[in-house]
Write a protein that binds this ligand. Structure first.
Ligand SMILES: [Zn+2]
Length: 193
């Protein structure tokens, strides 16, 4: 028997195992109307109630991934108990990769999860910066940090995660990018500031 078919089955299983848990992220954020309330991608987002609400929704969507991960994982384990199918190995390995990418933080300081609750609380507190940075503070979440639009003071050194807006690079390319980054920002926290 040629080796091509088992390898192909392994790869298909692997891809399914990686993509199925990310379905909520892809579906709800790319093809469903989440556009209300926020400016279009990639414009900075004003720190206000709609942003906090969106962060809570995104957090819920990230959590849904874990529920969906049970399907390919359970199916893979079920098939493996009957016979050692490469497809099932792929499924289990794909889900394992998803779990690792979620559980292992990118740096030691960051907390569990892509949008931790403590980050949402910090941003919520910034709605009324105390003390104000200038006479008309207007805080915006830019790609790399939260800054005041008027005086440019940085209030929070945190790169902006995916907020479920339809990306400026189009639905398909945007979806692919989200699949690769898992909704995290491609930037890390700036060291120098
Ligand atoms: Zn200011």
């Amino acid at each position: 028997m040629s080796l091509t078919a088992p390898i192909l089955h392994l790869i298909v299983g692997l891809i399914l195992g990686m993509i199925i848990p990310r379905f909520p992220l892809l579906f709800f954020t790319r093809f469903w109307n989440l556009e209300r309330g926020l400016p279009s991608h990639p414009d900075p987002v004003t720190v206000d109630v709609p942003l906090i609400q969106r962060l809570l929704v995104m957090r819920r969507i990230h959590r849904m991934g874990w529920v969906l991960a049970i399907i390919p994982f359970g199916l893979g384990i079920l098939i493996l108990r009957l016979s050692p199918e490469p497809f099932a190995y792929g499924l289990v390995a794909g889900v394992a990769w998803f779990a690792l990418s979620r559980v292992v933080p990118l740096d030691i300081q960051s907390e569990f999860g892509i949008i931790p609750m403590s980050l949402i609380q910090k941003i919520n507190n910034l709605r009324q910066p105390d003390p104000p940075c200038c006479d008309r503070p207007m805080l915006q979440w830019e790609v790399r940090s939260i800054r005041c639009k008027h005086c440019r003071k940085m209030h929070l050194n945190a790169p902006r995660p995916d907020l479920g807006r339809i990306r400026s690079d189009g639905r398909l390319r945007g979806a692919f990018r989200v699949l690769l980054t898992d909704g995290r920002s491609p930037f890390s926290i700036d060291e120098e500031e």
